[in-house]
Design a protein around this ligand. Structure first.
Ligand code: IVH
Length: 724
């Protein structure tokens, strides 16, 4: 092993070995962090890394700042040094009109300033994402990262080099990744992304990296990284961050690089600052060429970046990104349009601190300010008490929101949200709206908010507001629960709705109004009661027409023929979601085996850990739960039981599928069940990690995205073939 005879090597061989180790580690880091496609197991990377560390400590004079070992380290600073930007970091004009007219207005302005006639061709732009992080200037001298600075006031920023070095996606040295690695990441020939194609000119090779090159871009935090970080903050009893942008900004401006290194940051390049001795304009004709070259030099550039023509295509880009925004793993607050020709950019120049050749076109905000009118407590299916803020209605994330979750008592206290406070609500995608935090009084956001001193700080009731049962909190848990179980009307209603939902046994037409009515009228109390209801009882309910009652009777009858996973999921066992229910069914084959399995046996099921195993055991140890199951079976609920299939072959293990469009014979859920039964996973959005997209008729943006990313596309026949 090289590590063993390290010191036996003559110095010149050591030096060669050190250089090749560094080159290899640079390439591996690029593959891992930027291309998201590691080529070696982590353990092997660690081994090479330690080998390099050993060599460097044997030869301290060979240590250079671009060594992969220098990403983490350094002592805490007292303060950041000031950096004067060689080229000011400008801001960008924002088009506040989130409608398509915003893009048209920009194109019209550009055409006017370029003195184009209506009959002249459309203008070529680059359309990019507007990342919601913070701007950073990365200065490379002779290809080595020598300084990273924040934007500050645009003229002067702060030297945050130590922290920026810890970001794996930022090359410490340009040109380390091999060309093959970069090619592998490019979209296939003919894909719409212009990024991979050298459109109109070839990118410069790494041998052409200018002596001085400042790369500008955005440091941001992915949403999943943000969630994990906040989880950890909470676990440590530290304050959580309001949003990924604040978390990223906090990490970059962290005086202790050791702490910064633990905050997971990412980076996208979108431009350059100083470039010397040659001018940018002499190196590249277009902004897109510049981005392509930055990409080939190892910088992450967003794959959504496009060359587009005229207002119409700007509008289309804006709309397309608005639709797919929630599927991105990070926050954006709009898109940016830039004139593609660098010569024309120069001709248009700047107004005050903003370029005339670029504009930011925003999206409707996912966060808004509003006021808390009241804080209520809701009881959920598992008895969990959730404080819910009743809000002055606001338009956020595309809908009007008047309720938002405050999660639990501790969140309310930590955020110190009181009635009358101004708060930030967030609604992104399908996620339940939440109160992010309150705006400190006097912050000037919309005038000082006098706090109401007489409003006592929030606490949860000792008795369930719905059924009066005791409210308890398990040791070490953040949630309070009502112990009433099905005795509690709130839990009873939620349990019935959960059982009847589409993903469980599916009782069509069983909505929350009807369940509420039936439970409040004492017509049903338990799940089996549902199936004992006849037409007579249903039609006796207020406002229930004959036809509707018959529809419910039919739907109940239809729901009796189900599958074991659906039934299991429908029971509402804590921690047993759809995926776990499927794993259980697959592993055991039948319900009785699951009901009687000891924890150790449950633990052998895929994805079942001690908490889940315990929860399943506890559920079936309770006589009344077993009774419910027996009664449901007695009412005629049935499914096919199979043999335990834990050893069955899983041809699709490790493969991720995305379904889109309408398949000729299989329903969405059927296809999903079949893929999962064969060991595959089904995901809602297409990414580089997707193995196959299964497309039917009227497949939409997911198919386009698959084609862009070069993900294999299957039709139903091909899927069925694979499942054989
Ligand atoms: S270009 C001269 N492109 O938006 C143009 N900026 O006011 C300089 N931002 O905080 C900026 N995504 O960090 C540009 N694709 C993008 C961007 C972007 C986000 C940020 C930037 C700055 C602000 C511009």
């Amino acid at each position: 092993m090289a590590t063993l005879d390290l010191f036996a090597m003559p110095p010149s061989e050591d030096r060669d070995h050190l250089d090749s180790l560094r080159a290899q580690l640079h390439t591996l880091a690029h593959q891992y962090y930027v291309l998201d496609a590691p080529t070696l197991p982590d353990a092997e990377y660690d081994r090479l890394f330690r080998e390099l560390q050993a060599l460097e400590s044997a030869h301290p004079d060979w240590l250079t700042p671009d060594s992969p070992t220098q990403r983490v380290g350094g002592k805490p600073l007292d303060q950041f040094a000031a950096v004067r930007h060689a080229v000011p970091m400008l801001s960008i004009r924002t088009e506040t009109d989130t409608e398509s007219t915003g893009a048209q207005a920009f194109d019209t302005r550009v055409r006017k300033e370029l003195e184009l006639l209506d009959t002249d061709a459309s203008v070529e732009y680059v359309a990019e994402l507007k990342f919601d992080g913070l701007a950073i200037n990365l200065r490379y001298e002779n290809g080595v990262l020598v300084q990273a600075a924040t934007r500050g006031d645009g003229e002067n920023g702060e030297d945050v080099t130590q922290n920026i070095r810890t970001i794996g996606q930022i090359p410490l040295k340009i040109g380390a990744p091999t060309l093959a690695a970069t090619r592998a990441a490019l979209p296939p020939e003919g894909a719409r992304s212009a990024l991979g194609r050298p459109g109109g000119g070839t990118s410069l090779s790494t041998a052409d990296v200018p002596q001085v090159l400042e790369v500008r871009g955005e440091v941001y935090m992915r949403r999943d990284d943000f969630e994990v970080l906040n989880e950890q903050q909470r676990a440590k009893g530290d304050k959580s961050f309001v949003n990924p942008r604040n978390a990223a900004a906090g990490a970059v401006r962290q005086l202790d690089p050791g702490i910064a290194a633990q905050r997971p940051l990412s980076f996208f390049a979108y431009g350059v600052g100083e470039v010397a001795p040659q001018a940018v304009g002499s190196l590249f004709a277009t902004h897109m060429q510049l981005l392509q070259t930055l990409k080939s030099w190892g910088f992450p550039v967003a794959e959504q970046t496009r060359v587009v023509h005229g207002a119409g295509e700007l509008v289309a880009f804006h709309q397309n990104i608005a639709l797919t925004r929630d599927q991105l793993p990070y926050d954006i607050d709009g898109v940016v349009y830039k004139l593609n020709s660098l010569a024309l950019q120069q001709r248009l120049g700047f107004v005050t601190r903003e370029p005339r050749w670029a504009v930011a076109h925003k999206f409707p905000a996912q966060e808004q300010l509003t006021r808390v009118l009241a804080i209520d407590v809701q009881v959920g299916r598992t008895g969990k008490l959730t404080p819910v803020a009743r809000l002055e209605p606001v338009f956020v994330g595309g809908t009007t929101v008047s309720n938002a979750t405050l999660h639990n008592l501790f969140e309310v206290r930590k955020k110190d949200v009181r009635v009358g406070d101004q708060v930030i609500v967030r609604r992104a995608g399908d996620v339940i709206p939440e109160v992010v935090g309150r705006v400190a009084s006097g912050s000037g956001v919309s005038g000082p908010t006098p706090r109401q001193p007489y409003v006592p700080n929030f606490s949860l009731p000792a008795l369930c507001p719905v059924c009066g049962s005791a409210v308890v909190r398990e040791k070490g848990q953040a949630n309070h629960r009502c112990v009433g179980g099905l005795f509690c009307n709130a839990q009873c209603k939620q349990a019935i709705l959960h059982f009847g939902q589409r993903r469980a046994v599916e009782i069509e037409g069983l909505g929350d109004k009807l369940v509420e009515q039936m439970v409040d009228a004492n017509v049903i109390r338990t799940l089996p009661d549902l199936y004992r209801l006849g037409f007579g009882a249903l039609v006796g309910l207020e406002r229930m027409a004959d036809k509707s009652a018959q529809n419910i009777v039919d739907a109940l009858e239809k729901s009796k023929q189900t599958t074991l996973p659906r039934f299991l999921f429908g029971l509402g066992i804590r921690h047993v979601g759809e995926a776990t229910a499927k794993e259980l069914a697959r592993h055991f084959g039948g319900l009785d085996a699951i009901m009687d399995a000891p924890e150790e046996v449950l633990l052998q099921v895929n994805d079942v850990g001690p908490i889940v195993a315990k929860s399943i055991r506890t559920f079936f140890d309770q006589a009344h739960n077993r009774e419910v199951v027996d009664q449901l079976r007695a009412c005629g609920i049935r499914w096919e039981e199979g043999a335990a299939t834990s050893d069955a072959p899983k041809p699709l293990a490790g493969k991720t599928f995305v379904l889109t469009g309408t398949l000729p014979t299989l329903g969405r859920d059927d296809a999903k069940d079949m893929i999962e039964a064969a060991g595959g996973k089904v995901s809602g959005s297409v990414s580089k990690k997707t193995s196959y997209v299964v497309a039917g008729t009227e497949a939409g943006s997911k198919l386009t995205r698959a084609q862009e990313l070069g993900v294999a596309v299957l039709d139903e026949a091909a899927l069925l073939e694979m499942l054989k």
